[in-house]
Design a protein around this ligand. Structure first.
Ligand code: ADP
Ligand code: MG
Length: 151
């Protein structure tokens, strides 16, 4: 789905795109590092909405709560998946590198069994792999319209 642009008009449509991307990526063989997807866009753009559906589509049955205060949350992926874990990281409050080392970012990134979904990824770009995927959100005209670009 790289290089694609979408326009959604309700959260459900954003969730559908997330499901498609998750199913597309989870079937790709892991590389030498974690598979990282970075999300950008202002507060309320739909990053968390997208990520929750993405994690659900990977087969995670557990309640998916946001990592806003914890910064990083890990979920086990079902047996038989090519990846072992999916991490949901919210870098909104990360203001320096000590926050990043606290969550053990290097080990998370260096493990090829991890999928890593990062809100506000532009704030910690320096520790993320160059070949990561970006999902960029922009508000559209209507209150519920969003432009989503995957690159
Ligand atoms: P972020 O994590 O980017 O701050 P959230 O996903 O937490 O954003 O919040 C997005 C808000 O916008 C939710 O309240 C959601 O219901 C609403 N919303 C309205 N239209 C859309 C849409 N097309 N896609 C995603 N969310 C939408
Ligand atoms: Mg969010």
């Amino acid at each position: 789905m790289k290089g694609r642009h979408f326009e959604t008009n309700k959260p459900k449509d954003t969730a559908k795109i997330a499901t498609s991307l998750a199913k597309d990526l989870v079937n790709k063989a892991p590389g030498s590092k974690a598979l990282v997807v970075g999300f950008t866009g202002e507060l309320g753009a739909g990053k968390t909405t997208f990520i929750k559906s993405f994690i659900r589509a990977l087969g995670v049955k557990k309640k998916i709560t946001s990592p806003t205060f914890l910064i990083s949350r890990r979920f086990n992926l079902p047996r038989g998946s090519m990846y072992k874990n999916v991490f949901h990281i919210d870098a909104y409050r990360i203001s320096n590198n000590s926050g990043l080392s606290e969550i053990g970012i290097e080990n998370i990134i260096n493990n090829q069994g991890n999928m890593v979904l990062v809100e506000w990824a532009d704030r910690m770009k320096h520790v993320l792999p160059k070949d990561m995927i970006w999902v960029k959100f922009k508000h559209g005209k209507g209150e519920s319209q969003r432009h989503i670009t995957i690159s």
